[in-house]
Write a new protein. Structure first.
Length: 322
């Protein structure tokens, strides 16, 4: 709270690139939406990767660790007036910045009533903030789960508030090995999103324990520290900024592998949809998918964007990896 509320006053105050890494260019629709976001909100933004998934019209979205509200105001434009975006953050001064600009953005977007709200609270305890079971289509998070001591509780709560077929789409920092006590207690490394980074294999085991589908790796890029003192402390640990998508797949949607054809209906992704590092779907092209991906597409908001047929093929599951 001190680091994000007092020590950091703008993005340029960060000492590493962990909280500013972008794995791939922003789509035009997102670049255009970003131009409408108030300059103070953008200046107080700290995040990694891209946490704006596709196919969001009319969705209800929850942003864990929403900070100054930049991603929420971007998403507000993409879900439309019929959708809704909730941001929750533990740092009161950041929540105040986000709340201060609600009227400005609703006027800018031409909305009759606000479709965003900001809550002060903890992502490990969403129930305390009044968030009900199965109330959101999408949960996003941008470089904040590393700041939570109990990562399992965060994923458990995200799973609880997601509707069946819902998605957790999030960017975070991962490490090549489990970190030493000295690193985990270093205040600057913690604030810079490195000391709390999860050993990447642990994400897979925690996701499975909670009930999510196996993580789909979307993008990953190495993090450079560029600070000799901090580099000496972390030693041979390597860090990566990675975006994953997890789905809450109902048991009823699970069957065998399938063949899918993308109909090209998602705005901004009409010709092809880069779903993750393993699957890119081109308009009108048949693609064989494993049972897990078939279940994800069948049960999620993407169902209406695909023709999905059962397949007898013994399609091997792709191996996700940082």
């Amino acid at each position: 709270q001190d680091y994000y509320g007092k020590t950091l006053q703008k993005s340029e105050d960060l000492k590493t690139n962990a909280c500013t890494t972008l794995a791939r260019p922003l789509p035009k629709v997102v670049r255009d939406a970003l131009k409408n976001v108030h300059e103070e909100v953008v200046a107080r933004y700290y995040g990694c990767g891209l946490v704006i998934p596709e196919c969001l019209t009319s969705c209800w979205i929850l942003d864990l660790g929403s900070g100054s509200g930049r991603d929420c105001y971007l998403l507000s434009q993409l879900v439309g007036e019929q959708g809704h975006v909730t941001g929750i953050d533990m740092t009161e001064s950041q929540v105040e910045v986000a709340k201060k600009h609600i009227a400005y953005h609703m006027d800018k977007f031409g909305y009759q009533k606000p479709n965003v709200e900001f809550l002060h609270g903890y992502m490990e305890k969403l129930g305390d903030a009044g968030l009900a079971d199965e109330s959101y289509d999408v949960v996003i998070s941008n470089c904040v789960i590393n700041l939570a001591p109990d990562k399992r509780a965060v994923l458990q709560e995200a799973y609880r508030v997601l509707k069946p077929g819902g998605e957790m789409y999030f960017s975070d920092v991962y490490t090549s090995q489990r970190l030493s006590e000295a690193i985990r207690k270093h205040k600057v490394l913690w604030g810079e999103c490195l000391a709390g980074a999860l050993y990447w294999k642990d994400l897979y085991s925690i996701a499975e324990e909670v009930g999510f589908s196996p993580p789909c790796l979307v993008t990953a890029s190495p993090i450079t520290i560029g600070n000799k003192e901090l580099e000496d402390i972390v030693g041979d640990c390597r860090f990566v900024s990675a975006t994953f998508r997890l789905f809450k797949v109902p048991v009823s949607s699970r069957s065998g592998p399938g063949q899918v054809i993308y109909n090209g209906g998602i705005v901004g992704h009409e010709k092809e949809l880069v779903f993750d590092a393993n699957f890119t779907f081109k308009e009108g092209e048949a693609v064989d998918v494993d049972a897990e991906m078939a279940a994800i597409l069948r049960s999620s908001r993407f169902a209406e964007e695909f023709l999905i047929r059962a397949s007898g093929a013994n399609t091997a599951a792709p191996q996700g990896c940082c």
